[in-house]
Design a protein around this ligand. Structure first.
Ligand SMILES: [Zn+2]
Ligand SMILES: [Zn+2]
Length: 395
């Protein structure tokens, strides 16, 4: 995936008929704290800098970055979150705003995806550039345009702007808490079912499709899957593939101007689980880990679909199978991927019982206006049967 840089900050005329433009100016994972001044100076004019830092990053790294900037004449305002599991809600946005000074020239977000979401949102409202220093390969939001935030207790994607540039030190990223590596990997395997859903919608609803965007997501996902074992062992080169794949998913969404290329039914399951926990006042489950579970469920739904008699009598059933088969993993494959990274393969491992699983299969597909396997099963009148099939397989 060496040539993705040509997609950045460039009008790319594409065979799909659109001109793709990704507003991110640079992505580089050879970042070292000693380069931070040059990077900041390149994209932020002025010396009033707001630095937002999370709990997960090694203090030594944070301090190196801060020391370097202070030594070069920047006025730093530092917002340091100490929450183990930071909820990106009104309180967190408020905390950043309350600490910011008038005339802030730019934001440096040092941390995982949540910090990035928060900083991008605040940056877009203050109309100032945001530079992201990624420290964990935990989710695919680094290059996204929207910020995934919790508003009045519900998870929402709010319009923000993409970061100006994304940097990271692979040695630091490879040392992130293991749960964040599992989550990032979970988010990536979910791209398989996202693409299957997109392919399904292309056949059934005639939705827009771009071969180049699909290839970008597919290639970056495959290289992570090929290196799963090494990712689990924190091998530096393989972790680089993982963080790149996560950033590329965001770039793909930016190219499509829609989350479609990297978010399908597995993400709806994830959003549903997050929503339910917020409703119950419980800790929000990790995005990538719930996506991993969603991928397992969705692989079963596709398995059910392909063998279903009502489906087989549809005029377009052959074209549907041809379209989705290229992307959708088998249940066995999905389980294998989960096992390699140390994630559970049973619903209990994700805190899901029979009733809850049934509820999410019947409802998750309808929380957002997106055509996925859920809506297709519903259209054929077999969503209930599909839920029964998955329950029988899982319990
Ligand atoms: Zn295109
Ligand atoms: Zn995701």
């Amino acid at each position: 995936m060496k040539d993705y840089k040509k997609l950045l900050d460039n009008d790319v005329k594409c065979d799909c008929g659109r001109v793709h433009f990704v507003p991110i100016k640079d992505v580089d994972f050879t970042f070292k704290a000693s380069n931070v001044t040059d990077i900041v100076k390149k994209y932020i004019s002025g010396s009033e800098l707001l630095v937002v830092i999370d709990y997960h990053t090694d203090e030594q790294i944070n301090n190196e970055i801060l020391k370097e900037l202070e030594g070069k004449g920047f006025n730093l305002t530092v917002v340091r979150f100490t929450d183990k599991k930071l909820v990106p809600d009104e309180r967190a946005v408020g905390a950043i705003l309350m600490h910011s000074v008038r005339g802030t020239d730019g934001i440096l977000a040092v941390g995982s995806g949540t910090i990035n979401d928060l900083a991008r949102f605040v940056g877009s409202r203050m109309e100032i550039p945001v530079i992201s220093i990624a420290t964990a390969p935990s989710m695919d939001g680094y290059a996204a345009a929207g910020s995934s935030l919790v508003v009045k207790g519900a998870k929402k994607t709010l319009k923000a702007v993409p970061v100006t540039a994304i940097y990271g030190d692979v040695d630091v990223i490879a040392n992130a808490p293991f749960e964040m590596i599992q989550a990032g990997y979970g988010d990536i395997i979910g791209k398989k079912t996202s693409l299957a859903d997109w392919a399904l919608s292309r056949v059934v609803t005639g939705e827009y499709w771009c071969d180049d965007i699909v290839k970008l997501v597919e290639d970056s996902t495959d290289i992570c899957i090929e290196n799963s074992k090494k990712i689990a062992e924190r091998d530096i080169e393989s972790i680089k593939h993982l963080i790149e794949a996560l950033v590329l998913s965001g770039i793909a969404m930016s190219m499509a101007d829609d989350t479609r290329p990297a978010s399908g039914s597995e993400h709806l399951i994830s959003h549903y689980m997050v929503m339910k926990n917020i409703e119950k006042g419980e800790m929000i489950p990790s995005h990538g880990i719930t996506v991993a579970f969603g991928t397992l469920v969705v692989s079963m739904l596709y398995e059910f679909l392909k063998e279903n008699e009502i489906f087989k009598t549809q005029d377009d059933s052959r074209s549907v199978i041809e379209a989705v088969d290229k992307y959708v993993p088998t249940v066995e494959q999905t389980k294998e991927w989960l096992e390699i990274i140390g994630l559970p393969v049973s619903p209990e491992g994700y805190g899901v019982d029979e009733a809850y699983l049934e509820e999410m299969i019947l409802k998750a597909g309808f929380i957002r206006d997106r055509f996925t396997i859920f809506r297709y099963l519903d259209k054929l009148g077999i969503l209930n049967d599909a839920a029964k099939y998955v329950l029988a397989k899982m319990f």
